[in-house]
Design a protein around this ligand. Structure first.
Ligand SMILES: [Zn+2]
Length: 136
């Protein structure tokens, strides 16, 4: 129920972007619930997520989506910690490895933009902290 209501809210805003992040947030929630179930966690205190700066995910929109999708669920008190992973590129021309900004991907060594992405595309649920039922 909360899920469809949240999606309706997204449709009022910037359409595609918000729906994109809502889908990712729903995926994250599904992954967290799977892991919690597998490990017998009843209460989940925090979830740490790595999002690459080159993944196309807007952190603000993802935070908003998570806060819209979790009320009245088992994750309503869970803290979501989102780490932004910097973009690291490998220049195929001069073999330089460099940290780049999403708005400036050009190699500082040779001014080319012929690169492989080493880091920055990841979307990972990195860790989950929770509790098992007390009397186990
Ligand atoms: Zn280069």
């Amino acid at each position: 129920m909360a899920y469809s209501a949240a999606l309706l809210d997204f449709k009022k805003g910037k359409k595609k972007v918000k729906i994109h992040e809502a889908g990712i947030a729903a995926n994250i929630i599904a992954i967290v619930n799977d892991i919690a179930h597998q490990n017998g966690l009843e209460i989940i205190h925090s979830v740490e997520i790595d999002i690459g700066a080159f993944s196309g995910v807007q952190i603000d929109a993802l935070n908003f989506a998570l806060s819209a999708l979790t009320p009245q669920t088992n994750l309503q008190n869970t803290e979501f910690i989102i780490n932004t992973i910097p973009i690291v590129l490998f220049c195929q021309i001069c073999k330089n490895k460099y940290v780049a900004d999403i708005d400036d991907l050009v190699c500082p060594g040779c001014n080319c933009a012929d690169f492989l992405v080493m880091n920055g595309k990841e979307m990972i649920v990195k860790s989950i902290a929770g509790e098992k039922p007390a009397d186990e």
